[in-house]
Design a protein around this ligand. Structure first.
Ligand SMILES: [Fe+2]
Length: 378
């Protein structure tokens, strides 16, 4: 269906974090506490957050969440230690992990006896019956890649069960997303690059997703054009503000695109690579972009527009372009260099069929198709 919806108020650009104060005034219930969830306490030295801490001292609760790929038990623990604090707003400042935990908490508060242990949380996620979130949240990304600030779902890993959960409800969009490039300037280059390529993958997969629409396609192409147009500058001069601003803009646009379409084969195939071999998410998904583009070629509506946005002339060039960028940022680009062996490919292929991602790919994914793709990346 050709329709688009996203209710998040977006703020993007250098200095835009100064809007936080007015947003807290507008959206936070004055009778309740505010949970400020951060990746690391260092971020509290930012002038705007320092002011928030002073102004809201009495009702502000600060917690650090410093784990990549948040796990169900970790989310439950954060819920357990904050559930009795009458939280009326969550402000999540960090990468995708912090934003995903922050937004998930909004769906968990107020559940009382229903959520007494991690197993209850598993049951709630399986039922998808979250009801209305108990509070609202503001997303402030410190990486430019996940787009989590403008999506209504959160990825929660469950290694004990060998699965990835999605806490997912249309009623849990942020009230505001603030993407200020000053927060991403100090990212280590390998992380900045893998995050940017994750965003490029969100946009490309959104472009060819079954659920794509006119608006999401336009957002996706612009996101790719901005990211790929500046990524070489990011590699050459990592201190340049223009490149960071571009990654911040591109990531947010990609997030807005895939907030309506979700991702497809690249993300689906990447999950077991990240879970079993700890390949960073942005590296795993972007390595898959080239081969998945070739797979999807027959189903693509306007290949030229997509290639143009990537700055390429034929689809065969994409794989090389991506591995060139990853290698320049210091990432291994062969699966075997990440510890993957040929014998493991059938098992990886079998675990690649993530519901809602694999079946959102315009060309049918089978274990044989995935096996061939993985083999090419060895
Ligand atoms: Fe992603």
């Amino acid at each position: 269906m050709n329709t688009y919806f996203n209710p998040v108020r977006t703020f993007q650009g250098y200095g835009i974090l100064s809007h936080l104060e007015q947003l807290v005034e507008q959206y936070a219930d004055p009778q309740k506490s505010i949970l400020l969830l951060v990746w690391h306490a260092d971020v509290l030295h930012l002038e705007e957050l320092e002011q928030l801490c002073i102004r809201e001292e009495k009702r502000l609760l600060i917690h650090c969440f410093s784990a990549s790929n948040p796990e169900l038990e970790q989310l439950y623990e954060m819920y357990r230690i904050t559930r009795d604090k009458k939280i009326g707003m969550v402000i999540a400042v960090g990468g995708g992990s912090v934003l995903d935990v922050g937004k998930s908490l909004c769906c968990l508060y107020g559940k009382g006896e229903e959520l007494s242990n991690p197993e209850d949380l598993r049951r709630l996620i399986a039922s998808k019956d979250y009801g209305s979130p108990a509070c609202r949240w503001i997303g402030i990304p410190t990486t430019a890649g996940t787009g989590s600030e403008v999506t209504c779902w959160a990825t929660i890993w469950d290694p004990a069960k060998g699965v990835k959960h999605s806490i997912d409800t249309q009623s849990n969009y942020a009230c505001a997303a603030i993407a200020d490039p000053q927060l991403i300037e100090t990212l280590p280059l390998p992380l900045a690059v893998s995050s940017a390529l994750d965003a490029a993958a969100h946009a490309a997969e959104s472009y060819w997703a079954k659920a794509a629409n006119t608006v999401s396609r336009a957002l996706a192409l612009e996101a790719i054009r901005i990211i790929m147009g500046q990524i070489d500058h990011l590699l050459e001069k990592p201190s340049e503000r223009e490149a960071h601003d571009a990654m911040s803009r591109g990531s947010m646009l990609a997030g807005l695109a895939f907030s309506n379409t979700r991702t497809t084969a690249c993300h689906s195939i990447s999950y077991p690579l990240t879970m079993q071999y700890h390949i960073p998410h942005g590296v795993a998904v972007s390595l898959l972009l080239g081969p998945v583009l070739l797979l999807n070629r027959p189903a693509l509506r306007d290949m030229d527009a997509l290639l143009n946005a990537f700055g390429l002339t034929c689809p065969q060039e994409l794989g090389k372009r991506i591995t060139g960028i990853l290698a320049a940022a210091g990432h291994p680009v062969k699966l075997r260099d990440w510890g993957v062996s040929e014998e493991m490919l059938p098992s990886l292929a079998a675990h690649s069929m993530t519901k809602g991602r694999a079946d959102n790919n315009p060309v049918q994914l089978t274990e044989k198709v995935v096996h061939n793709i993985l083999k090419k990346l060895m």
